[in-house]
Design a protein around this ligand. Structure first.
Ligand code: 13P
Length: 252
């Protein structure tokens, strides 16, 4: 069964007290209005994970990190290992966000390592893929997204895929207010699902949750989520307000 997920990527926003308050607001709103068939996830910065996990205890909201290290432990100053994430109650980690690919040199090879460690540690992975504006204008968006998906996921097994969520985030739509149209998003989602099917079979592809991300808000979520291959969203800016975040989560 395919799962509907709405995940909030807080990126590098909020102080710890602000983040704890936001988590409390999300928990309260989720208790009021979250549909039973939608899973809600928040991904605060590393510093917030421990106190936010305390807030989420006993609630309907799941915890994710935004990244993890590509080593198990040791002399890697500034990095955070998968065991550290599970030890504070993370259930997911986002990997391969375009901001990490663009600003921190995250390569597909590194993402294979990180995905491997995350899955071995029992974390579920939200793997981000998406083309930039030049690639879209050159008509290469299908190729880029296909390559990003294959380069990472084809190193894993069909069983592993039950622990993987894919997020399609066109870089030109992130934080720009410029959302992909429902048709543009749907055709890429269908393409990603076919790439998954090609290697792992139709059943695995059909069960795979594929999220859309990029200027998703309550006003456009409904149309996006109505597409047959769009199973929810990875939300940036609109996840920083509990009301907007839940407004999106109630858009199915
Ligand atoms: P925005 O919703 O702010 O465009 O960000 C999307 C995103 O990058 C989520 O990971």
């Amino acid at each position: 069964m395919r799962k509907f997920i709405v995940a909030g990527n807080w990126k590098m926003n909020t102080t710890v007290p602000e983040g704890v308050q936001l988590a409390k607001d999300v928990v309260a709103k989720a208790a009021e209005c979250l549909p039973a068939n939608v899973e809600l996830v928040v991904a605060p910065p590393f510093t917030h994970l421990f106190p936010v996990a305390e807030v989420l205890k006993g609630s309907k909201v799941h915890l994710s990190a935004q990244n993890c290290a590509d080593h198990v432990k040791g002399a890697y100053t500034g990095e955070v290992a998968v065991d550290m994430l599970t030890s504070v109650g993370c259930e997911y980690t986002i990997l391969g966000h375009s901001e990490r690919r663009q600003y921190y040199g995250e390569t597909d090879e590194k993402l294979v390592e990180k995905t491997k460690l995350a899955l071995e540690a029992g974390l579920k992975v939200i793997l981000c893929v998406g083309e930039n504006l030049d690639e879209r204008e050159a008509g290469k968006h299908f190729d880029v997204v296909t390559a990003q998906t294959k380069n990472v996921l084809y190193n894993f097994s069909a069983e592993d895929m039950a622990k993987v969520v894919i997020a399609y985030e066109p870089v030109w739509a992130i934080g720009t207010g410029k959302t992909a149209t429902a048709e543009q998003a749907q055709e890429i989602h269908a393409c990603i699902r076919s790439v998954v099917a090609e290697k792992f079979g139709a059943k695995v592809a059909d069960d795979m949750t594929i999220l859309y991300g990029g200027s998703c808000k309550p006003s456009n979520a409904k149309e996006l989520f109505a597409q047959k291959d769009i199973d929810g969203g990875l939300i940036g800016g609109a996840a920083l307000k509990a009301e907007d975040f839940l407004g999106i989560a109630t858009s199915f």
